[in-house]
Design a binder for this molecule. Structure first.
Ligand SMILES: [Zn+2]
Length: 274
Protein backbone atom coordinates (compact mmCIF):
# COMPACT_ATOMS: atom_id res chain seq x y z
CA UNK A 1 0.00 0.00 0.00
CA UNK A 2 2.33 2.67 -1.27
CA UNK A 3 0.61 5.80 0.08
CA UNK A 4 0.17 4.45 3.57
CA UNK A 5 3.67 3.15 4.05
CA UNK A 6 5.59 6.08 2.66
CA UNK A 7 8.68 7.11 4.60
CA UNK A 8 8.36 10.51 6.27
CA UNK A 9 9.53 13.40 4.16
CA UNK A 10 13.02 14.71 4.89
CA UNK A 11 11.95 18.34 4.69
CA UNK A 12 11.71 20.36 7.88
CA UNK A 13 7.94 20.43 7.45
CA UNK A 14 7.93 16.67 7.01
CA UNK A 15 9.86 16.15 10.24
CA UNK A 16 7.23 18.05 12.17
CA UNK A 17 4.20 16.61 10.44
CA UNK A 18 5.12 12.96 10.22
CA UNK A 19 5.38 12.47 14.01
CA UNK A 20 2.20 14.52 14.40
CA UNK A 21 0.39 12.21 11.96
CA UNK A 22 1.69 9.18 13.79
CA UNK A 23 0.61 10.60 17.12
CA UNK A 24 -2.87 11.35 15.80
CA UNK A 25 -3.08 7.80 14.37
CA UNK A 26 -1.95 6.32 17.66
CA UNK A 27 -4.45 8.35 19.67
CA UNK A 28 -7.25 7.44 17.27
CA UNK A 29 -6.58 3.72 17.43
CA UNK A 30 -5.89 3.70 21.17
CA UNK A 31 -9.14 5.48 21.91
CA UNK A 32 -11.59 3.32 20.02
CA UNK A 33 -13.88 3.45 23.02
CA UNK A 34 -14.01 7.22 23.29
CA UNK A 35 -17.07 8.58 21.52
CA UNK A 36 -16.21 9.44 17.93
CA UNK A 37 -17.56 12.94 18.20
CA UNK A 38 -15.16 13.88 20.97
CA UNK A 39 -12.22 12.65 18.91
CA UNK A 40 -13.31 14.54 15.84
CA UNK A 41 -13.39 17.74 17.77
CA UNK A 42 -10.02 17.11 19.34
CA UNK A 43 -8.07 15.81 16.33
CA UNK A 44 -7.77 16.89 12.73
CA UNK A 45 -8.69 14.37 10.01
CA UNK A 46 -5.75 12.86 8.15
CA UNK A 47 -5.55 12.38 4.40
CA UNK A 48 -6.07 8.62 3.92
CA UNK A 49 -3.30 8.42 1.39
CA UNK A 50 -0.43 10.68 2.53
CA UNK A 51 -1.42 11.14 6.22
CA UNK A 52 -1.22 14.93 6.14
CA UNK A 53 -3.91 16.65 8.22
CA UNK A 54 -6.81 17.77 6.00
CA UNK A 55 -10.04 19.59 6.52
CA UNK A 56 -13.09 18.25 4.75
CA UNK A 57 -13.21 15.22 2.51
CA UNK A 58 -10.55 12.88 3.84
CA UNK A 59 -8.28 13.28 0.82
CA UNK A 60 -5.90 16.24 0.45
CA UNK A 61 -5.88 18.31 -2.72
CA UNK A 62 -2.63 16.77 -3.90
CA UNK A 63 -3.87 13.18 -3.55
CA UNK A 64 -7.23 14.13 -5.02
CA UNK A 65 -5.44 15.32 -8.15
CA UNK A 66 -3.84 11.85 -8.47
CA UNK A 67 -7.24 10.10 -8.64
CA UNK A 68 -8.39 9.03 -12.13
CA UNK A 69 -12.09 9.73 -12.40
CA UNK A 70 -13.67 7.54 -15.07
CA UNK A 71 -15.53 9.36 -17.80
CA UNK A 72 -16.50 8.62 -21.39
CA UNK A 73 -15.31 7.26 -23.72
CA UNK A 74 -15.74 3.84 -22.12
CA UNK A 75 -17.24 0.44 -22.94
CA UNK A 76 -20.99 0.89 -22.52
CA UNK A 77 -21.26 -2.56 -21.00
CA UNK A 78 -18.28 -2.88 -18.65
CA UNK A 79 -17.46 0.80 -18.13
CA UNK A 80 -13.78 0.20 -19.00
CA UNK A 81 -12.25 3.43 -20.31
CA UNK A 82 -11.07 3.61 -23.94
CA UNK A 83 -8.01 5.52 -25.13
CA UNK A 84 -9.97 7.25 -27.90
CA UNK A 85 -13.61 7.77 -28.67
CA UNK A 86 -14.88 5.06 -31.04
CA UNK A 87 -18.32 6.63 -31.31
CA UNK A 88 -21.43 5.88 -29.30
CA UNK A 89 -22.34 2.42 -28.09
CA UNK A 90 -19.16 0.50 -28.90
CA UNK A 91 -18.16 -2.35 -26.62
CA UNK A 92 -14.80 -3.57 -25.39
CA UNK A 93 -13.37 -6.87 -26.54
CA UNK A 94 -13.91 -8.28 -23.03
CA UNK A 95 -17.61 -7.45 -23.13
CA UNK A 96 -18.00 -9.24 -26.45
CA UNK A 97 -15.78 -12.23 -25.65
CA UNK A 98 -17.33 -12.96 -22.26
CA UNK A 99 -20.44 -10.87 -21.67
CA UNK A 100 -21.21 -10.37 -17.97
CA UNK A 101 -24.47 -11.44 -16.37
CA UNK A 102 -25.15 -7.84 -15.33
CA UNK A 103 -26.21 -5.30 -17.93
CA UNK A 104 -23.84 -2.38 -17.25
CA UNK A 105 -21.08 -1.59 -14.80
CA UNK A 106 -20.08 1.93 -13.80
CA UNK A 107 -17.30 3.11 -11.51
CA UNK A 108 -16.29 6.48 -10.09
CA UNK A 109 -12.51 6.06 -10.25
CA UNK A 110 -9.77 3.71 -11.38
CA UNK A 111 -8.45 1.47 -8.65
CA UNK A 112 -5.01 3.03 -8.20
CA UNK A 113 -2.97 3.99 -5.12
CA UNK A 114 -5.18 6.75 -3.71
CA UNK A 115 -8.42 4.89 -4.49
CA UNK A 116 -6.98 1.78 -2.84
CA UNK A 117 -6.09 3.78 0.27
CA UNK A 118 -9.65 5.14 0.42
CA UNK A 119 -11.24 1.71 0.04
CA UNK A 120 -8.89 0.23 2.62
CA UNK A 121 -9.51 3.03 5.12
CA UNK A 122 -13.27 2.72 4.79
CA UNK A 123 -13.17 -1.04 5.09
CA UNK A 124 -10.63 -1.64 7.81
CA UNK A 125 -9.77 1.62 9.55
CA UNK A 126 -13.14 2.89 10.63
CA UNK A 127 -12.90 5.89 8.31
CA UNK A 128 -16.66 6.07 7.85
CA UNK A 129 -16.22 9.80 7.23
CA UNK A 130 -15.10 8.83 3.70
CA UNK A 131 -18.41 7.19 2.75
CA UNK A 132 -20.30 10.42 1.90
CA UNK A 133 -17.56 11.59 -0.49
CA UNK A 134 -17.19 8.18 -2.12
CA UNK A 135 -20.97 7.82 -2.40
CA UNK A 136 -21.27 11.26 -3.99
CA UNK A 137 -18.70 10.39 -6.65
CA UNK A 138 -20.46 7.06 -7.28
CA UNK A 139 -23.80 8.77 -7.69
CA UNK A 140 -22.32 11.03 -10.33
CA UNK A 141 -20.61 8.16 -12.19
CA UNK A 142 -23.76 6.03 -12.05
CA UNK A 143 -26.41 8.59 -12.86
CA UNK A 144 -27.60 6.65 -15.94
CA UNK A 145 -28.00 3.35 -14.13
CA UNK A 146 -29.58 5.08 -11.13
CA UNK A 147 -32.08 7.02 -13.21
CA UNK A 148 -34.42 4.09 -13.79
CA UNK A 149 -33.41 1.95 -10.81
CA UNK A 150 -36.10 0.54 -8.53
CA UNK A 151 -33.75 -0.46 -5.72
CA UNK A 152 -30.11 -0.66 -4.62
CA UNK A 153 -28.69 -3.91 -3.27
CA UNK A 154 -25.29 -3.85 -1.53
CA UNK A 155 -22.95 -6.82 -1.93
CA UNK A 156 -23.19 -8.57 1.43
CA UNK A 157 -20.37 -9.62 3.71
CA UNK A 158 -20.52 -13.10 5.10
CA UNK A 159 -21.86 -12.91 8.63
CA UNK A 160 -18.54 -14.11 10.06
CA UNK A 161 -16.63 -11.34 8.38
CA UNK A 162 -19.31 -8.82 9.11
CA UNK A 163 -19.03 -9.78 12.78
CA UNK A 164 -15.27 -9.33 12.91
CA UNK A 165 -15.28 -6.12 10.93
CA UNK A 166 -18.77 -5.06 11.98
CA UNK A 167 -19.09 -2.70 9.08
CA UNK A 168 -20.37 -3.36 5.60
CA UNK A 169 -18.77 -0.73 3.40
CA UNK A 170 -21.05 -1.56 0.45
CA UNK A 171 -24.08 -1.11 2.69
CA UNK A 172 -22.81 2.28 3.88
CA UNK A 173 -22.17 3.44 0.30
CA UNK A 174 -25.60 2.18 -0.83
CA UNK A 175 -27.28 4.13 1.95
CA UNK A 176 -25.64 7.37 0.87
CA UNK A 177 -26.33 6.85 -2.84
CA UNK A 178 -29.91 5.79 -2.12
CA UNK A 179 -30.56 8.92 -0.13
CA UNK A 180 -28.96 11.19 -2.74
CA UNK A 181 -30.61 9.52 -5.75
CA UNK A 182 -33.90 8.82 -4.03
CA UNK A 183 -33.77 5.07 -4.63
CA UNK A 184 -34.67 2.61 -1.85
CA UNK A 185 -31.94 0.34 -0.46
CA UNK A 186 -32.65 -3.35 0.20
CA UNK A 187 -29.86 -4.30 2.59
CA UNK A 188 -30.55 -7.94 3.43
CA UNK A 189 -32.10 -9.23 0.23
CA UNK A 190 -28.89 -10.77 -1.04
CA UNK A 191 -27.14 -13.18 1.27
CA UNK A 192 -23.91 -15.12 1.20
CA UNK A 193 -24.55 -18.81 1.48
CA UNK A 194 -20.96 -19.58 2.48
CA UNK A 195 -17.80 -17.75 3.44
CA UNK A 196 -15.63 -17.23 0.37
CA UNK A 197 -11.89 -16.80 0.34
CA UNK A 198 -10.58 -13.28 -0.16
CA UNK A 199 -10.45 -12.66 -3.91
CA UNK A 200 -7.04 -10.99 -3.61
CA UNK A 201 -4.28 -13.04 -5.24
CA UNK A 202 -6.63 -15.37 -7.13
CA UNK A 203 -6.63 -15.76 -10.91
CA UNK A 204 -9.70 -14.81 -12.93
CA UNK A 205 -10.86 -18.44 -13.15
CA UNK A 206 -10.22 -19.04 -9.44
CA UNK A 207 -12.17 -15.90 -8.57
CA UNK A 208 -15.17 -17.06 -10.58
CA UNK A 209 -15.00 -20.50 -8.95
CA UNK A 210 -14.59 -18.99 -5.48
CA UNK A 211 -17.85 -17.04 -5.63
CA UNK A 212 -19.89 -19.38 -7.83
CA UNK A 213 -23.19 -20.05 -6.09
CA UNK A 214 -22.07 -18.09 -3.02
CA UNK A 215 -25.06 -15.73 -3.07
CA UNK A 216 -28.79 -16.19 -2.89
CA UNK A 217 -31.97 -14.25 -2.36
CA UNK A 218 -33.79 -16.00 0.51
CA UNK A 219 -37.35 -17.09 -0.40
CA UNK A 220 -39.00 -14.56 1.91
CA UNK A 221 -37.18 -11.68 0.16
CA UNK A 222 -37.84 -12.72 -3.44
CA UNK A 223 -40.92 -10.54 -3.74
CA UNK A 224 -38.73 -7.47 -3.10
CA UNK A 225 -36.55 -8.32 -6.10
CA UNK A 226 -39.08 -9.74 -8.53
CA UNK A 227 -39.94 -7.41 -11.41
CA UNK A 228 -37.47 -4.73 -10.26
CA UNK A 229 -34.51 -3.04 -11.88
CA UNK A 230 -31.68 -3.50 -9.42
CA UNK A 231 -28.39 -1.66 -9.04
CA UNK A 232 -25.80 -3.71 -7.18
CA UNK A 233 -23.44 -1.62 -5.03
CA UNK A 234 -19.87 -2.58 -4.13
CA UNK A 235 -16.63 -0.80 -3.29
CA UNK A 236 -14.33 -2.39 -5.89
CA UNK A 237 -14.80 -4.25 -9.17
CA UNK A 238 -11.82 -6.44 -10.00
CA UNK A 239 -12.54 -9.37 -12.34
CA UNK A 240 -16.28 -8.85 -12.01
CA UNK A 241 -16.71 -12.40 -10.65
CA UNK A 242 -18.45 -11.30 -7.43
CA UNK A 243 -20.74 -8.88 -9.27
CA UNK A 244 -21.55 -11.61 -11.77
CA UNK A 245 -22.42 -14.17 -9.06
CA UNK A 246 -24.62 -11.59 -7.29
CA UNK A 247 -26.33 -10.62 -10.55
CA UNK A 248 -27.06 -14.26 -11.27
CA UNK A 249 -28.72 -14.69 -7.85
CA UNK A 250 -30.79 -11.52 -8.35
CA UNK A 251 -31.90 -12.61 -11.84
CA UNK A 252 -32.83 -16.03 -10.45
CA UNK A 253 -35.09 -14.12 -8.05
CA UNK A 254 -36.62 -12.55 -11.20
CA UNK A 255 -35.05 -9.10 -11.15
CA UNK A 256 -35.79 -7.40 -14.50
CA UNK A 257 -32.19 -6.22 -14.82
CA UNK A 258 -29.06 -5.83 -12.74
CA UNK A 259 -26.57 -3.00 -13.20
CA UNK A 260 -23.44 -2.58 -11.10
CA UNK A 261 -22.11 0.59 -9.49
CA UNK A 262 -18.78 0.56 -7.67
CA UNK A 263 -16.45 3.15 -6.22
CA UNK A 264 -13.33 1.90 -8.02
CA UNK A 265 -12.66 -0.55 -10.80
CA UNK A 266 -9.44 -2.26 -11.78
CA UNK A 267 -8.36 -1.17 -15.24
CA UNK A 268 -5.35 -3.08 -16.57
CA UNK A 269 -4.48 -0.39 -19.05
CA UNK A 270 -6.41 2.07 -21.10
CA UNK A 271 -7.27 0.15 -24.23
CA UNK A 272 -8.57 0.71 -27.70
CA UNK A 273 -12.03 -0.60 -28.53
CA UNK A 274 -12.39 -3.53 -30.98
ZN1 LIG B 1 -2.92 13.34 0.70
Amino acid sequence: MSGLDEAPSQSARGWFQAPLSRTIDAVRSASALIPRLALDIALPTLCVSCREPVSGDGVCAQCWSKLSFIARPYCERLGIPFVYDPGPGLLSMEAIASPPTYTRARAAVRYDDVARAMVHALKYQDRTDLAPTMGRWMKRAGHEVLEHADALVPVPLHWKRSWSRRYNQSGALAKIIGRAANVPVLPDTLQRTRATEQQIGLSKIERARNVQGAFKVPPEKKSLIQGRKIVLIDDVLTSGATADACARALLRAKAVSVDVLVFARVVDSFRPPI
